[in-house]
Design a protein around this ligand. Sequence first.
Ligand code: FAD
Length: 320
Amino acid sequence: GNIATNAGGNRAVKYGTTRHQVYSVEVVNPTGRIVNLGARLQKQSTGYCLDQLIIGSEGTLGIITKATLKLLPKPKYALDLLAIFDDRQKAMGVVTKIIKAGITPTCVEFMDNITIKSVEKYLNESLQGSDHGNYVIVEVEGTSEDDLDDKAVTLDEVCTANGASSVLVADHNKIWQARKAFAEAVRAESLIVCKEDVVVPVDQEAALLDEILHLAKKYNLVTRIASHAGDGNIHLNILKNEDATYEDWDARVKANQQELYKFIYAHGGRLSGEHGIGYKRKQLMEEFTDPGELEMMKAVKKALDPNDILNPGKIFDLDD
Ligand SMILES: Cc1cc2nc3c(=O)[nH]c(=O)nc-3n(C[C@H](O)[C@H](O)[C@H](O)COP(=O)(O)OP(=O)(O)OC[C@H]3O[C@@H](n4cnc5c(N)ncnc54)[C@H](O)[C@@H]3O)c2cc1C
């Protein structure tokens, strides 16, 4: 399932997503043949890259029965820094500055103030800077304690120069507990939520955050935002306003979606960074994907699965 969805986590900044960790896959294709795609090679230039076509295809092109994965030694030294910013845009804008300073973080995560407050309430614990701060959590790995110290100094300088009111070494368990409680905290606030998983190039992320906030105001939306800021993937949760009917809220969410997705595609982004399309987003995928690209995807599906038996109706519907 991980390979079929090309799942990606917060360490994608340094390590990429699942597809970057796979050498080859064994696949039962829709006509019943067992094929091995890809190879345990650092390089090859031998025809189409079919292993990568299968990875992320959401079970529509073949059933993965075996995989050869890349393994890396576990890093010995790692450090989490928490930078707290009063200004959301400055917080988001620090990501490109960190990369330009020559640091390759393992992850850079962002949480806005209202989301921190929501998590604080859910965990029933006080979180640093929760009165008006926005979080940027940076995890870095190093080759030694000294190397880590050097990176921490650089990160401190970059974050402070970009508007952080404080930068501190964070307690790993505590800070990640707060970040990972995001989904549960939102769920505790409302069971009716629209979850967006939008992604843009990292240097467009501050502009996207601006647009999200602008549209939220325009459509009177209650938002909670956490993002994998290091890779441009923003998780925008829109909670149903307590005093609104479902129909009214849903109409505003859909109007917001139209404007938001137009913005995202105009800025080189896509509508899903890691959650995929499935059944839920296929209408929007049809609407916003380049028609030529969609046509090629459908042609591949028809060629490999002529009887449309593997996850029919996922990602897109085939034309009659
Ligand atoms: C609470 C929660 C948090 C999540 N957080 C993240 C996240 O942070 N990042 C992220 O990227 N994803 C996230 N996801 C999605 C998650 O990564 C994927 O749902 C998961 O990796 C899929 O693995 P699974 O084994 O559960 O597959 P399933 O859910 O069983 O299947 C997922 C899809 O893959 C297909 N599939 C399953 N097995 C195979 C196979 N052997 N061959 C071909 N197709 C197959 C299924 O048909 C289906 O379309 C989250 C999901 C949940 C529920």
